[in-house]
Design a protein around this ligand. Structure first.
Ligand SMILES: Nc1ncnc2c1ncn2[C@@H]1O[C@H](COP(=O)(O)OP(=O)(O)O)[C@@H](O)[C@H]1O
Ligand SMILES: [Mg+2]
Length: 282
């Protein structure tokens, strides 16, 4: 079986999973190569399976990326599957989950080409600090926090951003300062581990903790999120933040290219490799 691990031609930041994954797959006697989705000289059709990994620049050209996803899924087996990628690319999926009763971070949605009054939104929702970020994004791209006395600068940032793309305005979750954000990792049928990530805004670096177990409470929360996804998944990562009242809130459901923090938990890597080596996983 020939396997492609999908990356991009110029990684915006180093991928800690990269060498570990390649080595583990090769040790399992699998034929595996990196394939940059944005390199026109590659042929996904030459692979039996294409596994999305560090295609981290997709948000710069989401339409081109989705075209590549569709083409690839026609000539190879793609994981996660194309319909999952299509759904997960725009964070509007959070709105859908919200409508189904999943607690998400309180969010106001701003469509591309429209203007929204930031101060009014903040006031109506009873927020103080906010985070403004694109609805199609990764790696904290154009993600900024504004405090209550910075809303004029925030308005300018929002107007600039919404000229080009759909935007989210969120309540700033203060718990992130002490507790960070928990990334809950699911691989081929089970919760493998969780890690804690420090806050990270545009231009910043991410600090991550050691691995811990996904708690029973987190599993119950997370399963409610995954239950409606009927497609075959190889991996999923839920990023959750605690609200002021102690409840868990979904920050992101990452089904395209999440880091899986193999370094922090080698058994998860083993499980991933086993799943990839099987004819069907998930
Ligand atoms: N509402 C929020 N409250 C507190 N921190 C936030 C909020 N939204 C984003 N952040 C910080 O910004 C980072 C990037 O935002 P995120 O929504 O995870 O987008 P992406 O990972 O796609 O860039 C988060 O990991 C978190 O540290
Ligand atoms: Mg994130």
């Amino acid at each position: 079986m020939r396997i492609a691990l999908v990356t991009c031609a110029n990684l915006p930041e180093p991928d800690p999973d990269r060498e570990l994954l390649m080595e583990a797959l090769r040790n399992a006697k699998l034929q595996v190569e990196w394939l940059a989705w944005d390199d026109p000289n590659t042929d996904p059709g030459g692979f039996d399976l294409c596994v999305l990994r560090s295609c981290w620049n997709y948000y710069e050209n989401p339409r081109v990326f989705l075209d590549w996803i569709e083409t690839t899924a026609r000539v190879s087996r793609l994981l996660n599957p194309p319909q999952v990628v299509r759904w997960n690319l725009h964070k509007g999926y959070l709105r859908e989950l919200d409508a189904r009763g999943v607690p998400i971070i309180p969010t106001a949605w701003v469509s591309k080409g429209t203007q929204s009054p930031l101060e009014k939104i903040v006031e109506e929702n009873g927020w103080t600090d906010v985070v403004i970020k694109p609805a199609v994004s990764a790696g904290s791209f154009q993600t900024r926090r504004f405090s209550a006395d910075q809303l004029r600068v925030g308005q300018t940032f929002l107007d600039e951003l919404s000229r080009e793309r759909d935007v989210m305005i969120q309540q700033y979750m203060t718990s992130i300062e002490n507790e960070g954000e928990r990334a809950l990792i699911w691989i081929a049928g089970r919760w493998t581990h969780a890690i804690r990530k420090s806050p990270r805004f545009s231009g910043g670096d991410e600090q991550v903790s050691e691995a811990s177990e996904v708690s029973a409470k987190e599993q119950t929360f997370a399963e409610r999120v995954l239950t409606d996804i009927k497609a075959e998944l190889l991996y999923a990562r839920l990023d959750v933040i605690r609200a002021a009242d102690g409840r868990l809130c979904l920050s992101e459901l990452e089904l395209i290219e999440p880091s899986l923090f193999f370094l922090q938990h080698p058994p998860a890597l083993k499980h991933f490799v086993r799943a990839v080596a099987q004819p069907r996983c998930g």
